[in-house]
Design a binder for this molecule. Sequence first.
Ligand code: FAD
Length: 493
Amino acid sequence: MTTKTVGVMTDAVCRELREALGEEKVRNDEITLVTYGRIRHGFDIMWPFRKPSLVVFPETREDVVETLKIANRYKIPVTSVGTAPIQLGTTEGGIIIDQRRRDRVLEINTDSGYAVIEPGVSFDKLTSALRGTGFKCSVGTMPGPGTILGQALGRGSQSFTTRYLNLIIDLEVVLPNGTVFSTGSSHFEGVGSHLRYGPYPDLAGLYTCSYGAMGVITKAAIRIHPVNEASRVHLAGFDTYADSIDYVKDLINHNIPEHTFIWDWHMYLTWPLAPEDMEKVMPRILESDFRKPPEGIPYNIVSTLLSGYPEQVELYEEICAKVAKKCHGRVISDEEAEKRFPATLAGFRQQYGDYSYRESVHWSKGRFAGWYVFAEPKDMKEIEKFAAGEFAKFGKAINPVNYYSHPFDFGRSILLRIAGFPDPTDIELRKKITRKFDEMYDIALKKYRAVPIRPIGSDKAGTYMEVLRSIKKALDPNNILNRDGGLFEEGEL
Ligand SMILES: Cc1cc2nc3c(=O)[nH]c(=O)nc-3n(C[C@H](O)[C@H](O)[C@H](O)COP(=O)(O)OP(=O)(O)OC[C@H]3O[C@@H](n4cnc5c(N)ncnc54)[C@H](O)[C@@H]3O)c2cc1C
């Protein structure tokens, strides 16, 4: 069944919303609408412009409930967004719920290890709130102003811990008919949010990777992690990706790293660059074949966060050196890193020491073109060669070509994210890249058993999508939530 019917925004809808929420929380001036219509443009110029009809700024959960009830009654599409909305977009003529005013950290529970946050809380905000508590939240390689929930609901690779796939323990959800429920232990009155699983099926799982298509989240409990007495970023260099994978797997199998990450040399040399370093490093990178690093520059660096008691960390460092040697690599000392790539070292220190992302300058808006897959370690060794070969075919036009790769869930699954930075105004090149990426996803799935990070068309997911559609129909019968967010085919149910 296909449900394409959508309501038409009328003055009555706007009036009802203003009466329910208050004048000031509902905007429909042209500048606001155009700004939100451009949401998808921020990251990728190929994404279409879609102007909403209204933007709502809730300040309470009740504001969200009222908005959804009204939108549902009139069948107006609704899209929830976080603070730095760049990923998945609005529906033409719909309502945007922007939760940036709901940005309080409600609880930091250092006994159990979770924080309860409102949906507008960004990684930067939680990181700051956690300072001095002896706890941290895991941050990824994404901009700090992005919301934790926005990231978790379209789960990519946020987790700078090797141990968990995502941050979520408990979610408070509002459905289009106004029903509110919690997915974890806090659903029982008076109970905290310490437990995600049981005694009932895990409904939080329905919301991760759903891009808000199954309900609007109004509160979340997420994992936080203790800051141990000692911690250190250990670096090792490798000439091949396969050796890097063997090293990472060996360390994880022995429970050594809190987190470990593989960076290709274009990535580790350019990711943390400040503008003043650009002139020194970029010309060389822009002219080079990323598969052939210059003498003395390792093809991959593996950064490993070691933490625990001081004695433990010291021993872990020795073990890392031993394993690196076994895997044909070598330790990169702080002195060497300081001399050869000081900005990189500073970036690692900021990421791990301050738990905040160091924004790099080449992430210019519209330039990014990334390809992402998950696979088992042995398959990923082949995929890296395949993807590098395909990216190399574009030549220097998309330099720098950078990738990172890291294990999830103790190394059961490895992520590879490889990206180029084409000229955003070269539409033909952008189209060619999009077509190439689609082809690559198909080959990666069929030949290398690799799972794409984002939905790649419901026809490829078979009965899984049928079941998901029936759940969606039960929760959102009018198909108003995030219709064009990418989970289902555009506008369809
Ligand atoms: C330079 C750059 C690098 C990045 N690198 C990484 C990376 O390494 N790993 C990674 O995983 N991501 C990465 N990202 C993506 C980034 O994680 C997300 O863009 C960001 O964290 C999402 O936050 P947001 O506030 O922009 O969410 P939005 O884009 O607003 O939301 C994301 C999705 O969740 C939905 N949503 C948001 N809030 C709610 C809610 N309360 N209820 C229901 N639905 C909701 C939205 O509709 C949307 O579909 C990167 C982004 C940039 C710009």
